[in-house]
Design a protein around this ligand. Sequence first.
Ligand code: SF4
Length: 421
Amino acid sequence: MDKDTQKDKNKIKSVKRMKEIMTNYYIEAKTASQTGKKVAWITSGGPVEPLIAMDVIPVYPENHGAMIGASKMGNDLCEKAAVMGYSSDLCSYARSDISCATVNGGPIGGLPRPDMLVCCNNICGTVLKWYEIQARYFEVPLFILDTPFCHTDYRQEVKRYVRRQIDEYILFLEGVCGRKLDFDRLREVGRLSVEGQRLWQAVLDTTAHRPAPMSAFDAFFHLALIVTLRGTQIAVDYYRSLLSEMEARIASGIGAVENEQYRLLWDNLPVWYKTKWLSDKFASKGACLVADTYTSAWCGSLKYMDENNFLESMAEGYTRIYLNIGVDQMVKQVVEMIDKYQADGLVMHSNRSCKPYSFGQYDIQKMVQQERRIPSLMIEADMVDDQYFAESQIDTRIDAFMEMIRENHKRRESVNMSGKK
Ligand code: SF4
């Protein structure tokens, strides 16, 4: 079998199904005004389950932002946002979404017009202003769910405060939709949401195997359903079949990277317009990015979610997410991931757009270095706006980093060998 045929054979088959599901999802959302369904724009970490239970189609401007970045249309939309008066220091998801709405641009000709907006600030403060702007632009109601920052613990008053807002959220939805929420349906949606998250975690866990059957770059792609269709049977069925495919790849010894030698952990959002370049670059060095803190954020709160008591537990689950915890907690999670996936190094994307993800990274880098003594690399870029990606500089830095990984690996192997003598 020649190299190209082998490469095709090793491609992940579920990609095709995923593309079909996402196409259908956007067709349904874009034709909602003809089918009489309502559309809500919601932040990526927002509690979507009440929307699904109310038969409202949730649409995610951040997922759309990722599509804009991946299709390399971000620069143009960010420039339009600059002309509208938005500073280039603002989040590029927000900038591209705000300008896109005025021209129906981007890869799918803009998002469907929303009937309401739901904003949860568990990911950042940017979304508050972003959603206010869009609520004014579309002249639709906006609900804001305020989740206090949890530096170390989750206090009872925070629990009560967020839980009360969930009731207000339901009243808001009932008001906009003009009908009552079916709580039995919400329980079912909650069960499906937890099941989908569990399956997503199980898919991500398969990369603890050597060689990893998929990479973080694959995870960036397959993440779309746990974001957009969380709480549906479609997401559950999809992740069950993706998990079977990963298990079959493990059984056949198929790895995401040919001859995987080094395993790396990625931190922060993907550089959407450069995923292929970065994936090829690391693969050419025998390195597989086996896990990342970004995609695992959509199952990281599972420990707080109770499928048998979803309504009560969702307040905690949606408050204690990766971007809403302190640096010490983040370090703990990163170190746990390094151990779980046996990572040889850490690659951090210092993302100009995403301040809450990027501000603590230098501290995290230092603390992880102290705890696990593995090399780390900081790549300065932006997830959508490609003017901040200096390719030749990053190329050189990856070469130097991989040299350190190789040396470190050799040293550890010789220590292991001498221990066996
Ligand atoms: S600042 Fe970060 S968390 Fe907030 S919307 Fe932008 S990318 Fe998402």
